[in-house]
Each structure stands twice: as structure tokens, then as C-alpha cells.
Design a protein around this ligand. Structure first.
Ligand code: ASP
Length: 304
């Protein structure tokens, strides 16, 4: 399917996902072969929220394809500070760039901006909404380490505000994957996401603790409690520190369990896990470069 923009993982078919992952694998095998593929191309970066991995890996990806970036910079130093609307900012920057990457604290921001711009727009996170490019690198990592069809995946932590969770859960419905969601009651999946997942007929179960389900998991995807999205700090404090794992907690797990995390972590994964064979989160972050190179190459070439 041709996509003018990438707003949510919901719009991606299995074929779309496989096209991106296959291309990312080709690129990872021989990155230098793509070094001038998009010479002269400029990617506009509009980040209205903090970002390390997403922003830097998009920048790295564009540069490794021979292009460059133009960066709006921080909100503090841009005309947003003077009251410029998001739509106006995006319409101005699309005149400078061949594609745009947007991160914004408001859910729905990318969808709204996509109605105003003609160049491809990639959603790099819209509040507690979606984060489809993270999902592509999550799937790539899963496929490389554990495969995809036939997996039992546990997704743990802040399922309510965690946009990476929403996107990943939608994308996994394209595969033969059992999904187990582990969270405190107050941070369960939003009702609309749960409804959408059930509509697809996917095998989905919710749990309040990890113990019972851990031994059957092939992948455990841990997420951070999204402190910045809580309307009330007291509510955050009630759940902070819960659902963190150490090495001892993983004893009942399969020996080849793959532990993933979109990062940044706060205290969800004890660093003692970092040097074990379970840990895959740093590789996962590194995979952001070939996956975003593949995505940019396909979207700029009108092939996705
Ligand atoms: N980096 C991811 C995001 O932007 C995960 C997180 O912040 O917890 O959604």
C-alpha cells in the first residue's frame, strides 16, 4: 500500500512491515552501499518533546543515506514561543525539507499536521498516542532475536500512557503472536486500544502480575511509567517502582527469553540484567538506525 504519511502502526499491513524489516536487514548487512542514496535530501526535525534515540537515530539515518537534517531546535528557541501554531510551523518547514519528523505532547498532533502538509510526515510520538517508527525497530529486534510468528510476548508497565505499547500491540496483530499485558489496574490499556485489539481477533490477555505468565513468555517488553503524562503526581507515586525486574525475578523464565525496552529506563530493569543474554534493549536502540534508513528510503522513493 502507498502511504503518504506514517501516523500510526494501525495503517501498516503485514506486507508493509515485512517490506521495511527486510529492507532494514539489507541495509544492516551493507550500510555503505546506501551512503549516497539520498544525497541532497533534507529531513525536517520538529521535536516539541525531549528525545534522544528517536531524534538522533533519524538524524543518523538521514545522514547515512547521504542526506542531511534541518532541525527546528528546542521549543524555547523557536517561533512556537511567540505563539505560532503547530500547523503553521509545519507548513513553513515543509518548504525547507523533503520529509518531516514530528514529536509532540498532544495525542493526535501528527494526524492533524498531516492534513496540512504534502511532504511525507513521520510520527515520532504524539503524547500518549502512537510511536510507529519505534514499533518497526521493536519488530525488527524481535524478528532478529526470537522470530515473530508463534511468539508469546509479554508487554509490561505503563500500558495506559505508553505510546510504544499502543503501536506495538496493533502491529503484532498482523502476526501469529499471543499478547499478554501486565500492569497495575490503573495503567491498563486504554479502552479504545483494547477494543481495537479484540476486533482483530488477536489473542490478548491482561494480568496484574508477571509471575504467573513469565514462564511462557518468549519476549518481555518492559516500559517506563510515563510520569510526564500523569495529571496528578500522587497517582504516579502510587505506581512508581512497581513492575521492575531484577535477575532473580527472571529465574522462572525460559532460558532464551528476550528482554526489550524502548528506553529510557528509570528503574524498571535492574542494570544487573544488562550483561546477561536476556538483555536486548541496547541493540534494540541501535537497530533504530537501519530501520529508519529503510523507512526513509522507502517513503522518499514512494515505495511504501
Ligand atoms: N522513548 C519512548 C517514547 O518516546 C519511550 C519512553 O519515553 O518511555 O515513547
Amino acid at each position: 500500500m502507498r502511504h503518504d504519511h506514517l501516523i500510526t502502526a494501525k495503517q501498516l499491513s503485514r506486507e508493509d512491515i515485512e517490506t521495511v524489516l527486510d529492507h532494514a536487514a539489507e541495509i544492516a548487512d551493507d550500510p555503505a552501499a546506501y551512503g549516497d542514496r539520498h544525497a541532497g535530501t533534507l529531513l525536517g526535525l520538529l521535536f516539541f518533546e525531549p528525545s534522544t534515540r528517536t531524534k538522533m537515530s533519524f538524524e543518523t539515518a538521514m545522514k547515512r543515506l547521504g542526506g542531511d537534517v534541518v532541525d527546528m531546535g528546542s521549543v524555547e528557541s523557536s517561533s512556537v514561543k511567540k505563539g505560532e501554531s503547530l500547523a503553521d510551523t509545519a507548513r513553513v518547514i515543509e518548504g525547507y525539507a523533503d520529509a518531516l519528523v514530528l514529536r509532540h505532547p498532544s495525542q493526535g498532533a501528527a494526524k492533524m499536521v498531516s492534513e496540512f502538509v504534502d511532504v511525507p510526515l513521520l510520527n515520532a510520538g504524539d503524547g500518549a498516542g502512537h510511536h510507529p517508527t519505534q514499533t518497526l525497530l521493536d519488530l525488527y529486534t524481535m524478528r532478529e532475536t526470537a522470530g515473530l510468528d508463534g511468539l508469546t510476548v509479554g508487554i509490561m508497565g505503563d500500558l495506559k500512557y505508553g505510546r510504544t505499547v499502543h503501536s506495538l500491540s496493533y502491529a503484532l496483530t498482523n502476526f501469529d503472536v499471543q499478547q499478554h499485558f501486565i500492569s497495575p489496574k490503573s495503567l491498563q490499556l486504554p479502552r479504545n486500544v483494547r477494543y481495537d485489539l479484540h476486533e482483530t481477533g488477536a489473542m490478548v490477555k491482561e494480568h496484574t502480575d508477571l509471575e504467573g505468565i513469565l514462564p511462557s513468555l518468549d519476549v518481555l517488553y518492559v516500559t517506563r511509567i510515563q510520569r510526564e503524562r500523569f495529571p496528578d503526581e500522587n497517582e504516579y507515586r502510587k505506581v512508581a517502582g512497581q513492575y521492575s525486574i531484577g535477575l532473580e525475578a527472571l529465574e522462572p523464565a525460559k532460558d532464551d527469553l528476550v528482554v526489550m525496552h524502548p528506553l529510557p529506563r528509570v528503574d524498571e530493569i535492574d542494570p544487573e540484567i544488562d550483561d546477561t543474554h536476556y538483555a536486548n534493549y541496547f541493540e534494540q536502540a541501535h537497530n533504530g538506525v537501519p530501520v529508519r534508513m529503510a523507512l526513509l528510503d522507502l517513503m522518499l522513493g514512494g515505495e511504501l
